[in-house]
Design a protein around this ligand. Structure first.
Ligand SMILES: [Zn+2]
Length: 481
């Protein structure tokens, strides 16, 4: 990693991480946070005087950044993005995905392996990570698939992986259908202290849901109802058709809820036996969340074997939107947007500490692919604003707690020295305005994925600047707002 012959001093800020909420300033040197100071430090001269205590090279001319009225937080860490690279670069590529991540305030992301080809080898994953490293905008962890080529059989690659390089593996996008294969995979991962991120979805129930989605999509096609754009008013669609579409999608969603709940239970039980750390990704139902809650209670009570651990993530869209708001049904995603009861259960689980972290499941598609029914949408550039709006502004969760969910906890899971404003930690920071309200316009996204159910929504909380490795990598001012 490059280091820079410079010192960056960010002063006149409000510093917030999981345990700090105070005015102050930071000094960044050689890619690390080398000093954190509290109190009102409003001008560069004063900042220089304070910083001099930690400057190692007095010949270097510090760069000063006045963070007036902005909040400095540790960069966000995303355990779940789809960069579609290699092979699907019409949807996204490494560059656009990384640009989107930086604009969203992320300093570390974990990329899923459901690409073309599937990332099934340490060799290919290393190549991708090397390419990402050369772009020098944020840290990318590339996951390797649980089974070779997503074929659900061969798990031999896992034994050769080291946790320092591959802290997480995943089959995201699909489930490992065979419980016996999953057990073998989790045993191998457990041995190497690698976390298995599980996309919990029983494949037979998911298959049963498909005809309903196809029927809904065929109606949408017939009446020219756009699948990617959700706020376009379509005239001349009879109520009976809307009713039919909602009915089909509701039937599909009920099957997909059962698919998630049965698979979550199954995978937790397998992980217990295998003494493996299971990470439940995009948990979206009350029942699945309760399975995680029970597993955590057993761990706390010392009733599970060493090596078993269970963490869980939720996505911004599942905490912000319920599928009962009809138009959003047309923005398909897996798992689907759930009922209001499920959405509330996720918020409750955040409040009671069951939820470990928030991941975007950033899943960009072209508008043509969305119209053809591809599930998922772009999420990196709206994540902080959604979480700030829903959790901090509406639910009264503190910004400190949000920092724990978006930075500290995922960083701890990846075992990286990031996610806190602490001397010696990586100088990956983000400047936000938690009070600024803006309107989501996907045309302005860096991501190639221009589809989001949040299109046209007003959100509160905006990323103004991002710093990676001690150097500024994003500025909202330089983007046409
Ligand atoms: Zn998934």
């Amino acid at each position: 990693m490059k280091t820079y012959d410079s010192v960056l001093i960010i002063y006149n800020a409000r510093l917030v991480d999981s345990s700090i909420d105070s005015p102050g300033m930071v000094v960044l040197q050689d890619g690390k946070i080398s000093g954190v100071f509290f109190g009102e430090i409003k001008d560069a001269k004063n900042a220089m005087r304070v910083a001099s205590a930690v400057l190692t090279d007095m010949d270097l001319k510090p760069v000063y950044f006045d963070a007036k009225e902005l909040t400095l937080m540790p960069s966000f860490v995303d355990m779940h993005v789809h960069f579609r690279y290699p092979g699907q670069t019409k949807k996204e590529d490494l560059n656009s995905g990384m640009q989107a991540a930086v604009a969203g305030g992320y300093g570390t992301v974990v990329a899923m392996p459901n690409t073309v080809p599937v990332v099934s080898s340490a060799k290919l994953a290393r190549q991708i990570m090397q390419e990402a490293k050369e772009k020098d905008m944020l840290k990318v962890f590339q996951t390797v698939s649980i089974t070779k080529d997503f074929e659900g059989q061969d798990v031999s690659e896992i034994a050769g992986l080291k946790a320092s390089e591959f802290p997480v593996i995943s089959e995201d996008g699909r489930e490992v259908a065979s419980a016996a294969v999953m057990l073998e995979a989790m045993k191998a991962a457990g041995k190497n202290s690698i976390t298995v991120s599980c996309h919990c979805e029983d494949p037979t129930l998911a298959e049963a849901a498909k005809p309903y989605r196809i029927r809904a999509l065929s109606f949408m096609k017939q009446y020219n109802i756009p699948a990617g754009k959700v706020h376009v008013k379509v005239p001349d669609v009879p109520d009976s058709v809307n009713f039919e579409i909602d009915g089909c999608l509701t039937a599909a969603n009920q099957l997909l809820a059962l698919a998630e709940d049965t698979a979550t239970e199954r995978n937790i039980e397998i992980a217990k036996k295998a003494a493996c750390h299971i990470h439940i990704c995009h948990c979206s139902t009350a029942i699945s969340m309760d399975a995680v809650r029970r597993a955590k209670a057993l761990i706390k009570a010392g009733k599970t074997q060493t090596g078993f651990d269970c963490t869980v993530e939720v996505t911004p869209h599942h905490i912000a939107l319920a599928g009962t708001d009809a138009p959003y049904l047309r923005a398909l995603v897996n798992p689907p947007l759930r009922s209001e009861e499920d959405r509330s259960a996720l918020i409750e689980a955040i409040k009671d500490g069951t939820v470990d972290l928030i991941s975007t499941d950033h899943a960009p598609h072209t508008l043509e692919d969305k119209a053809a029914g591809s599930p998922g949408f772009t999420g990196l550039e709206t994540a902080f604003a959604v979480c700030n709006t829903v959790l901090v502004k509406r639910e009264g969760i503190s910004l400190k707690q949000l920092s724990r969910l978006m930075s500290e906890n995922p960083a701890a899971l990846l075992k990286i020295n990031a996610g806190k404003i602490l001397t010696g930690y990586d100088a990956n920071l983000v400047l936000v305005d938690p009070e600024e309200t803006w309107t989501v316009n996907p045309e302005k996204f860096y991501s190639k994925g221009k589809s989001t159910p949040l299109e046209g929504k007003k959100l509160t909380g905006r990323v103004h600047a991002a710093f990676y490795n001690g150097r500024q990598v994003y500025s909202l001012d330089k983007k046409s707002k």
